[in-house]
Design a protein around this ligand. Structure first.
Ligand code: NAP
Length: 331
């Protein structure tokens, strides 16, 4: 890596390399902001763990998630984005320029920051779950439901997401069973009513999945289910399992310096992408608990880059002064 990146103040640094971060990079690079993009721990984000993406406009024959994100990456690089295979460990947003400490120990300085670090689906964390992700196990019904036409699927969870995903999946699946660890749903009454009225949905109460079967064949064929009251374990044949037990926004590195809502998402001044700290913007799933789609993430990434460009042009004098002070200190 060229060490010069640590000896200057950047106009914009983008944290995260999913569709939000990469779209922000494409727009920022084309606006001559010379963006630096930090890839983070999962380069490409959640798209890299999906298979075919059939709902991203412009790809009438579908495209594989990793291929889509790779194409965005090349597009961002073509306009001059510097993509660093690094992660941010901590930030100091209390002074200007902002300081970002990286996993290698070095510090980057920047006038603005776009946080596009996404969210990760909360998973059960049991053996075989990772191995069968994309091979029968999924955390996104909107992305993968279509592949389960005429199949038997299970949905894990008892909140609005689980019920919404179950309802959505009945468009394709022959039967949908909601597997919940208690005997009552957490979902809102109206969502529960929809699920209870749907003849394709049934419920498996007081149950948790303890193992996914089919790892050797690389195709899910059944699960082991434990009764949380009796402790009894049995096998349940199925073609697909959708985990819908919530999402976890990736905000740990911010150390509480940006305001978050009760679900842990960064609060933005919607429809703008400004956060509670001037000069810091957020885009994609890290600031979205409703839509969480690749296309909506890309859209907010575009908005964040445009917001940064306008912010920098309003702050021209302050930025010139900061750069002069920094040059004097480092001479
Ligand atoms: P949630 O409300 O936090 O529900 C998570 C569910 O997963 C709970 O039923 C929980 O069980 C279960 N769970 C958590 N960890 C588990 C584990 N390790 N093993 C088994 N089960 C586990 O999350 P959500 O459903 O994603 O909803 C998040 C927010 O988005 C909520 O505010 C919701 O209202 C909102 N939302 C709204 C809509 C809508 O209005 N259309 C749609 C989706 C989401 P317990 O019940 O036992 O805790």
């Amino acid at each position: 890596m060229n060490e010069d990146v640590f000896r200057k103040i950047h106009k914009v640094i983008i944290a995260g390399s999913g569709p939000a971060g990469l779209t922000a990079a494409i727009y920022a690079a084309r606006a001559d902001l010379e963006p630096i993009l930090l890839e983070g721990q999962q380069p490409g984000g959640q798209l890299t763990i999906t298979t075919e993406v059939e709902n991203f406009p412009g790809f009438s024959d579908a495209i594989m998630g990793p291929e889509l994100v790779d194409s965005m990456r090349r597009q961002a690089e073509r306009f001059g984005t510097a993509i660093l295979p690094r992660d941010i460990v901590s930030v100091d947003l209390s002074e200007r320029p902002f300081r970002l400490k990286l996993d290698g120990g070095q510090t980057l300085r920047t006038h603005t920051l776009i946080v596009a670090t996404g969210a990760r689906a909360r998973l059960l964390g049991i053996p075989s779950e990772r191995a069968l992700m994309g091979h029968g196990v999924s955390a996104c019904a909107t992305c993968d439901g279509f592949f389960f036409r005429g199949k038997k699927v299970l949905v894990v969870g008892g909140g609005d997401s689980a019920v919404e995903e179950a309802n959505f999946l009945t468009k394709f699946a022959s039967s949908v069973t909601i597997v919940h660890r208690r005997d009552a749903l957490r979902a809102s009454k109206i969502m529960q009513a929809h699920a209870q009225e749907n003849p394709k949905i049934d419920f498996m109460w007081n149950s948790t999945i303890t193992e996914f079967l089919g790892v050797e064949e690389k195709k899910l064929r059944a699960v082991k289910v434990q009764d949380t009251v009796t402790g009894e374990v049995r096998e349940e044949a199925c073609d697909g399992v959708f985990i819908a037990i919530g999402h976890v926004p990736n905000t740990g590195f911010l150390g509480g310096q940006l305001k978050l809502d009760p679900s842990g998402n960064i609060i933005v001044n919607d429809p703008r992408t400004e956060t509670s700290v001037e000069g810091v913007f957020a885009a994609g799933d890290v600031a979205d608990k409703i839509y969480r789609q690749a296309i909506t993430a890309a859209g907010t990434g575009c908005r964040a880059a445009i917001d940064v460009e306008r912010y920098l042009s309003h702050k021209k004098e302050e930025i010139t002064r900061l750069e002069q002070e920094f040059a004097a200190q480092t001479m």
